[in-house]
Ligand binder design. Structure first.
Ligand SMILES: O=C(CO)[C@@H](O)[C@H](O)[C@H](O)[C@H](O)COP(=O)(O)O
Length: 202
């Protein structure tokens, strides 16, 4: 195969991927995902106003999205305002490696949740498969601790759904598409939370 053929094939494939991503986002518009995101943003605003905090966790690409979304709240999303109480449990390399090494990888989020979480806090578990044991156990621990539990997953998010007060299942089972869609949902929630906490005059 020539370089030109590889490039042509790559372009065809890339177009198909982009079409798929658009179809997923269109299905989200039709599936009530935004209505769920608004409801979750209300929950987060209520928690922050009551002095509670927001924690995110996930594996792999979702671990980076967990840190990204926490930073949208502690830093800023669209405009300057005070920082909000949010952090990612995936960001602590020391905690994740110590708990994973000394207990088990399934406990890396649950143990942090139980140590850091207080009733009324909000825990966001991100899992494209919806079945990663450490994310499911993290949400279970949060629920036991009296926290509000939120899951962002792909279409087959049943295990997270069972332990989440709010579960947005984006309509795809492709890991990359689900990550992109969950990040979009996360951005939407952060934007709504920022506007809810610090309204700007029109
Ligand atoms: O980012 C990617 C591939 O797109 C991977 O690293 C992916 O995040 C990992 O396979 C994760 O372990 C998947 O876990 P989960 O999202 O199903 O909970």
């Amino acid at each position: 195969m020539t370089v030109e053929n590889v490039t042509a094939h790559g372009l065809v494939t890339a177009r198909a991927r982009l079409s798929d991503a658009i179809a997923v986002k269109q299905a989200m518009l039709d599936d009530g995902v935004l209505e769920q995101a608004v409801a979750i943003a209300h929950v987060v605003v209520a928690a922050l106003r009551a002095g509670n905090k927001i924690m995110f966790f996930g594996n792999g690409g979702s671990s980076m999205d967990a840190g990204h979304l926490a930073a949208e709240l502690t830093g800023r999303f669209a405009y300057d305002r005070p920082g909000l109480a949010a952090f990612s449990l995936s960001d602590s390399t020391a905690a994740v490696t110590a708990i994973g090494n000394d207990y088990s990888y399934a406990e890396v989020f649950a143990r942090q949740v139980l140590g850091l979480g207080r009733p009324g806090d909000v825990a966001f578990g991100l899992s494209t498969s919806g079945s990663s044991a450490n994310v499911v156990r993290g949400l279970q621990a949060a629920r036991r601790a009296g926290m509000v539990t939120v899951a962002l997953t792909g279409a087959d998010g049943r295990q997270c759904l069972a332990v989440a007060d709010h579960c947005i299942r984006v309509p795809s089972s492709n890991t990359a598409r689900v990550q992109e869609a969950c990040l979009h949902v996360g951005h939407t929630i952060c934007e709504l939370v920022e506007a809810g906490m610090f309204p700007r005059s029109p």
